[in-house]
Write a protein that binds this ligand. Structure first.
Ligand code: HEM
Length: 511
């Protein structure tokens, strides 16, 4: 956490004190329950850091499924139950689909150029439409062969060098996302078109996690002179801002420049719209396209990487699940070809593994906060305008009242029923007008990876120096909006010579 010095804090607190105290006095009386706060700071000192999804779930046992925290006058509403999330974020999406105003992430770093953090309005709508059209269910099959090919190369490379687990997953998923967004094929893990967005995403996670930057609670701190002790967060913001600009504009400029040279691989999001506009795209439309593309990189990379790591971990921990899925693939697809994304309807158990991975290890455990556009009342509780609304997706997908043994990986819980699996997706991918526009694309990438791994390999635990197997622990990283399994090792063993041959046949050509 980037804290200003105590003196700065003290001065700022005194200056803001009268106003804040008034705010506290004016607090509505019938807010949802929550811990007792203290004057001026409210509950700021009680806001969980690290893994807030687990802490909020624990607090929910005392305060209930909807809780209120006052953070220096700013209302935070935490939703722990799927029913309440649907009632408010889905059914009243006209009120609950705004985004909070982030000082660090937005004003200072500039992530609010992307529609992910844009308030509801024209800019948000137009950027979102660009993505919704290009990644709609009817359009994405044109990317299936790319997803399938990269899934096969991922497995082939992991078979050769399982120690490259993280970097290989980053590379293959990065290749897919950057290829479909800019028509550029990433060559290696050192490529800046991969490294920049990955670094920008790490910063996004830190900048948006409530409580990480004090300036979000005391916005006036953003005017601190840079030389002042405690103003270090401003230099961090400058550095992060440059990175976001490079990550967003450089691949776009490359795509535009190389449309004429033929190097830009088509179709791709930016190329499609640039070609359609026939050189007549207005500057305003170009800005929207660049920031919408940046949103795709931000939304699509880390989430899919984390889910892939969780899937492989589950396969190690639950070998009986792995064997059952392999048997399904063998009987439906046979051993003469690799599975395709279009095989999905005929592979309900593999499909259930995807849904169970989403449920067991949601990569965006608290989603992205929403904000209210007007005052509202829910079951007698007042929800003020401008409140920050945080859905605890992790807990909703681990609610023992809904999911028996929630920490266990049990694909059978869905009975192969698409409607049951869809209930998981309806929570995992967020809510209302903000629901993730990349979910069908993400499902394609992840299904291709899962089915290819299961068709061709046994996933086994890694070995320690003495040659003993080391099982991964079901533990996740903290301090970011997106969470990853803590590092673990694995081994892959080809299931048959045919499987190795099928993987070897996949071309590594750029397309
Ligand atoms: C497993 C993969 C993924 C997961 C778990 C995931 C999850 C989410 C969640 C929880 C949200 C917040 C929704 C809300 O505010 O209620 C979101 C938003 C978003 N996602 Fe995804 N996502 C995934 C993949 C993708 C992909 C592949 C793309 C790009 C094609 C993408 C693009 C976006 C964008 C642009 C938003 C912001 C939407 C808005 O504010 O209007 N996501 N995603």
């Amino acid at each position: 956490m980037e804290f200003p010095s105590r003196t700065t804090l003290f001065v700022a607190a005194v200056l803001g004190g009268v106003v804040l105290y008034n705010t506290c006095l004016k607090r509505k009386k019938n807010l949802p329950p929550g811990p007792q706060g203290i004057p001026i700071l409210g509950n700021a000192h009680q806001m969980p850091v690290g893994t807030p999804w687990l802490s909020f779930a624990e607090m929910g046992k005392k305060f209930g499924d909807i809780m209120h925290f006052d953070v220096i006058g700013k209302p935070f509403i935490i939703i722990n139950s799927a029913k309440i999330a649907r009632d408010l974020l889905d059914k009243r999406s006209n009120i609950y689909s705004d985004r909070p105003h982030f000082i660090m992430a937005g004003d200072l770093v500039g992530y609010d150029e992307t529609f992910v953090l844009q308030p509801l309005g024209d800019n948000w709508r137009k950027q979102r439409r660009l993505i919704a059209q290009d990644f709609s269910q009817s359009m994405i099959p044109r990317y299936h062969s790319l997803q399938e090919k990269e899934a096969a190369i991922l497995v082939r490379n992991l078979l050769k060098d399982p120690s490259s687990l993280l970097s290989e997953i980053q590379l293959r998923i990065g290749i897919i996302i950057v290829r479909v967004t800019f028509g550029y094929y990433i060559q290696s893990a050192d490529d800046l078109f991969l490294k920049n967005p990955l670094a920008a995403m790490v910063n996004f996670g830190k900048a948006t996690l409530p409580g990480n930057f004090f300036v979000d609670f005391l916005p006036a701190l953003k005017y601190l002179p840079r030389w002042m002790p405690g103003a270090g967060f401003l230099s961090i913001a400058d550095e992060w801002r440059k990175l976001v600009w490079d990550a967003s504009w450089n691949p776009y400029d490359w795509c535009k420049k190389n449309l004429d040279t033929g190097k830009t691989l088509m179709p791709n999001l930016c190329g499609n719209y640039l070609v359609e506009s026939n050189g007549k795209m207005s500057r305003d439309d170009e800005l929207k396209l660049v920031w919408a593309s940046s949103s795709v990189m931000g939304g699509g990379m880390d989430t899919s990487m984390s889910t892939t790591l969780s899937f492989l971990m589950a396969m190690i921990l639950y070998p009986e699940v792995q064997a059952k899925a392999q048997a399904e693939i063998d009987s439906v697809i046979g051993k003469d070809r690799l599975p395709l994304i279009s095989d999905r309807p005929r592979l309900p158990y593999v499909r259930s593994i995807l849904a169970e991975t989403f449920r067991w290890a949601p990569s965006f455990p608290m989603g992205i906060p929403h904000a209210t556009r007007e005052d509202d009342v829910y079951e007698g509780y007042e929800i003020p305008k401008g409140a920050l609304i945080m859905p605890n997706i992790w807990h909703m997908l681990h609610d023992p009242a809904v999911y028996d043994k929630p920490d266990e990986f049990i694909p059978e819980r869905f009975n192969g029923d698409e409607a049951e699996m869809a209930k998981t997706n309806a929570l995992l991918f967020g809510f209302g007008r903000r629901v993730c526009p990349g979910q069908h694309f993400a499902e394609g990438t992840l299904f291709a990876i899962m089915a290819t791994v299961l068709a061709t390999c046994d996933v086994l635990p890694g070995l320690d120096e003495a040659g003993n197997e080391v099982l991964p622990k079901y533990e996740y990283t903290a301090n970011g909006a997106i969470t990853f399994p803590k590092p673990y090792t694995l081994r892959l063993r080809p299931r048959s010579p045919q499987a190795t041959a099928l993987l070897a046949e996949v071309q590594s050509t750029i397309e």
